[in-house]
Every structure is written in C-alpha cells, then in structure tokens.
Design a binder for this molecule. Structure first.
Ligand code: SF4
Length: 397
C-alpha cells in the first residue's frame, strides 16, 4: 500500500538546473521565460531552452510551470499573447500568475492552466473562492499562512493548494514590497528585487548609532513539518531559489524527494532519517533556518541578525557530464581540487559515495596534480555515477 504525498516543486533558474532538479527527484519545476517573471537576474529560458527543458522534464514524468507573475502595465500586456501561444505549443503544464489583467489575457488567448502566485498574497477562504471563480486552478498561498490555516482553506474550497516548504523569505508580504524601488531604483514587483532587506542598516537614536540587519529574515526549512503538510492535504510543496546554485537545486530536490518517497512507501518518518536529511540541508548555502509562519505567525525570532553565523555551501568540485563505464567520469570542474582530496559523489538516489582522488587526467590524456575551473577533466570511474551528478570535494591541501 502506498500513501499519498504532495508534489515536490523545485526551482529551475537555468536549463542545467532544471535537468539537475528533475534528475535528483523533483516532480515539478518552475522557471521564467525572458519576460513577465520576477527574477530578471536569473538565467531565464530562451524559447529553445524552454523547449528542451520541457521535453527533458516530460520524458522523465515531471511537469513544468512558467512564471508570469510580474506586475504588468498595458504596454507589457500587448506582447503577452504571442508568448502564451509559444507556451501552449510547448505544452507547459501551468503558468503562475499574480495579476488579474494577466489572468484575463490568458483566458482570452489560451487554454493554459492558471496557478495563482504567492505574489497575490491569498491568505483566506473568501479570497481563495474568488480567485477560483476568476479561473485559478491552484493557489500558491501567501507565506504568512500557517499549515493549520491552509488546511481550513483546503477543507472549504475545492482547489489545489501550494505552500513554500524551503528557501529564502521576504520580510514583507510577497508582492507588497517596494524597498528595492526606493533604495536601489529597482522594481521588486517587476523582476528587479535587489534583496535590500538583507543589507546592513544603521539605526540612530540620539548620539547612539547601531548597525543591524534588522529586516533580514531567516530562511525557511520545513523538513520536520512534512507530515503536517501531508495531513493538511497540501497538493504541492515549493522550494524557493531560482537564483541559487545547481548544488542547491540538486540537494533540495534529492532531500525532500527522498523524504516524500520514504513516506509514500512507509507512511511515517523516522527520526534518524530526519536528522540525516536535516544535516544534508545544512550543507547548502543558507541563513539560519526557521519554520517561518508554518506553525505560527513569524515574529522577531524570524529575523536573522547574526550575519557572522551565515552558513556557507559545501564546496562543489565538479558536475559529471559523461560516464565511461569502468573507465572514467568526464567532469566539468566548478572549483579547483587536487590529487589527494576527498571526492563525494552525490548519486540521484541513495547515500553519497566518497573516495580519495588518486588520479586526474586532462583533456589531452596527461596526468596532472590539480584541476582548473571551467575545464573538462577525467576523474576515476565510480559505480552508480550518472551524467549530471554533483561531486562535492573536501580539500586536504
Ligand atoms: S527586498 Fe526583501 S522583502 Fe522586499 S521583495 Fe526583496 S526579498 Fe522581499
């Protein structure tokens, strides 16, 4: 007997990250095209990349959602119908939208499935009912909603619900922040957020001056709340982070994917496994973790003022491009490493495999002592290795 679990929805900030996330276990990915999304600094997808990415995901049973959640003016809307036709032709599974004008344009020009973005800050039952009447088939709830409140919305409204389970948080209601607009001249709600809330600010009271990151939120991490999400019937668990590394995309997809697969088979979680998954999540770049508003409304304890404790990412040495069975791994090196360092291969399923690096061969077949980033190198063959696997490195010199 299998047990019901929600969809795991991972960020895909680029075509490579899409492939990594899907290969490591994401049921769904979300991404942006060249326009109409909220991450103008991400490597947004060209039409050709969209086509390749959607084919890659669909071939492996995963689905693809495209964000159209920027706040648009009339002149922006003129270009939207053509993009909608492209998305329909490529068989995108849904679009994520926050603006009523965009929803109305989508309904007029396409049959695309509409998901309401968290940007619309839907927090209550009447709001969910109204968005449903406007054509939304799924609502990404505002991050301010607790799991208990989400359950009440789910019980009252026949609509799919999606909630954030992991990632960076806005200290403002998503979609209602203009700090970047006024401090950096960049419009948060049209793809330009400069994360101004993360900066250090000085506070002056009389003669006293204090420096503080008083608006910087801790990061969300909900691995121990998966059972609550499942019991509440939340349809999709979303991970923030289209701007983050492919190591991040792979690790969160693997960890949450493994946890949900475990529950699907066993119907419970074991504390040893939860400890292991939590330790894996601590190896990706993050601020101190919290559960945000998932259990109760976030307060002062959710602000991350101690920047010196920021957790840095475990170093990613390389990404496997090709596996020559029983011969070598062809890998693209991301950060340099040497003979004698410890390689840790992160397979798509199961525990990492570590071994001491005894040999590195360059593209011309010469044995070398150290790699250089951005180049292709042959590393010793490892059982269970696959193309797109991430290799972490522990340096010894
Ligand atoms: S500046 Fe901070 S609070 Fe405002 S939109 Fe950006 S991340 Fe969110």
């Amino acid at each position: 007997m299998t047990h019901w679990v929600p969809e795991l929805l991972s960020p895909a900030g680029s075509l490579e990250k899409l492939k990594v996330a899907v290969s490591y276990g994401a049921d769904a990915v979300y991404l942006g095209g060249q326009k109409f999304g909220l991450r103008s600094a991400a490597d947004n997808f060209t039409p050709q990349e969209l086509e390749e990415g959607i084919r890659f995901a669909h071939d492996r049973g995963s689905v693809v959602y495209v964000v159209l959640n920027s706040f648009l003016h009339d002149k922006d809307l003129e270009e939207l119908p053509e993009f909608l036709k492209l998305l329909e032709r490529l068989k995108v599974d849904a679009v994520i939208v926050s603006d009523l004008g965009v929803i109305s344009t989508i309904k007029k020009h396409s049959n695309l499935v509409v998901h309401l973005s968290t940007q619309a800050s839907c927090l209550n039952i009447p709001s969910a009912k109204l968005w449903k009447s406007f054509g939304a088939e799924r609502i990404v709830l505002g991050r301010e909603v607790t799991i208990d409140e989400a359950k009440r919305i789910k019980d009252a409204v026949d609509i799919e619900l999606e909630m954030f389970v992991h990632g960076s948080m806005c200290m403002a209601y998503s979609g209602n922040c203009v700090i970047s607009n006024y401090t950096q001249g960049r419009d948060s709600n049209r793809g330009g957020c400069a994360h101004s809330c993360r900066f250090e600010y000085s506070l002056t009271k009389g003669e006293e001056k204090k420096y503080s990151h008083f608006m910087s939120s801790k990061d969300l991490q909900g691995i121990r709340l998966l059972k609550d999400f499942i019991d509440a019937g939340i349809d999709s668990l979303k991970v923030e982070g289209r701007m983050k590394s492919h190591h991040y995309a792979g690790t969160i997809s693997k960890v949450y994917g493994e946890a949900l697969a475990f529950y699907k088979e066993k119907g419970n979680f074991l504390s040893d496994d939860l400890n292991y998954w939590e330790s894996e999540l601590s190896r990706i770049s993050h601020r101190e973790y919290s559960t945000g508003s998932l259990e109760s409304a976030a307060g002062t304890e959710s602000i991350y003022n101690e920047r010196q404790h920021e957790q840095s990412e475990t170093q990613v040495g390389a990404v496997v491009l090709e596996v020559k069975k029983n011969q070598y791994l062809l890998a693209e090196v991301r950060s340099p490493f040497c003979v004698g360092d410890t390689m840790e291969l992160m397979p798509f399923k199961g525990p990492s495999i570590t071994h001491k690096l005894e040999k590195i061969i360059d593209a011309k077949g010469n044995e070398v002592e150290r790699t250089r980033p951005g180049m292709l190198w042959r590393l010793p063959f490892m059982e269970n290795a696959d193309a797109l696997n991430i290799i972490r490195v522990e340096k010894h010199s």
